[in-house]
Design a protein around this ligand. Sequence first.
Ligand code: NAD
Length: 469
Amino acid sequence: MDICVIGAGYVGLVTSACLAYLGNHVIAVESNPERLSSLQAGGVPFFEPGLEEFVKKTSATGNLTFSDNLAAAVQKAQIIFIAVGTPSLPNGEPDLSQVMVVARAIGGALDDSKRRIVVNKSTVPVGSGNWVEMLVSQGVANAQKSAKETVPPASTARSEGPSFVVVSNPEFLREGSAIADSFYPDRIVVGSIDEQATSVMKNLYKPIINQTFEQPSFAKRPEKLESVPFVVTDLASAELIKYSANAFLAMKISFANEISGLCEKVGADVKQVAQGIGLDYRIGKAFLNAGVGWGGSCFGKDVSALMQVAKEYSYPTSLLEATVAVNERQRLVVIKKLQEELKILKGRTIGLMGLSFKPDTDDLRDAPALTIAYQLLKMGASVKAYDPVSNEVCKTLHPHLDVVYATDVEDLASDCDALVLVTEWAQFKKADWKKIAKLMRWPLVIDGRNALNEDDIRACGITYRGVGC
Ligand code: NAD
């Protein structure tokens, strides 16, 4: 099929490469000139394991190309994916301006040659499907109006205008495992009441639904995966599924964090508690790790957007509010522990292990490390930081963050009064604690993810403090 994907960020680029790998002809449209030239030169403008090699391979087949010519890409395509960003505004509502621009531009580019399916892959609030349909129609009307003004009509016969339908197809991939998540998702959700559109979408995803494609060497098919559920809903339900899924996951982490505080009071160990409750299949083990809380581009933004939607209907969202409040409090738990151990933080040097909001990505959006760094600086401490991939991104995006960037873990540990694990990168778990103990001014490690080997650290004479244990 001919596909156009608008926006080549984490979601758009991964979607484009995967659909191209499955044999479709994909044009990924990107408006950021630096991103576009990097993509056209065979690079990937952000860190995602395996993606650069994958994009290179699919581009070499001729199935994946990059362009900034939205109109040409739209005209060629049968299916048009909107995959632009929907970041949070200061009031918590999602900023839909990128979606608005793109939807109107799609309308302006449509012609009568075929019926198009416009797919909302960006995470957008309930009701956005109808809104996008209105914007595409406005784009069509504007284009028809300017065509009439420039070209005198050849006949009085009235054209019916281009035919299109808007469907919702929310994305559930996780940064760090984005390719595998796209090939082996837990489900594919399509929101539409248009039978022809749902049938085309099912056909597009058939190789994934039936798992008939050849598994790429770097994204192995999970054992026993034979098929993927294809869930068809109405538009509003599909939009709500995406927000509710993220809100539920954020709530699960906040729940574990709330319990972790109680564990510290009563002398219990949150890791044991999480294991004990997670073995109940109704609860499940995932997302029960206590620590410095959730971050990233999706959870905070999507929980806020869900609360905003509810507000429009004067509907209370106490659970969601508590989810956010616990998370805000949790980010500063490591600072409380530093105060307990070091008493005075002014003049101390604290080393942050990790900056990105989670391992295997360089994404710093809403990263707990930034909250912790800014708070420590405010309290008069000096802050050092080391992240295996995000140091440079952080320097560029946060030029005023007064942090000394280290070149490796040992460089980070040198002359520190404490190390705080913020992002559980694999290399931090394998750190040489004996060496680190000698380099530190004061041997203290705060494990903000409960991910380090406590016994190994203590054996090197370092004081170890986890979260909730
Ligand atoms: P992103 O900011 O990384 O990428 C968006 C891209 O769209 C950028 O490269 C930007 O330059 C481009 N763009 C903006 N306007 C454009 C235009 N007019 N024409 C062409 N390109 C344009 O965002 P992302 O992380 O890929 O997220 C995209 C959407 O998917 C968001 O709604 C997000 O909430 C959702 N989502 C993200 C993830 C994730 O893990 N990142 C997961 C699931 C869903």
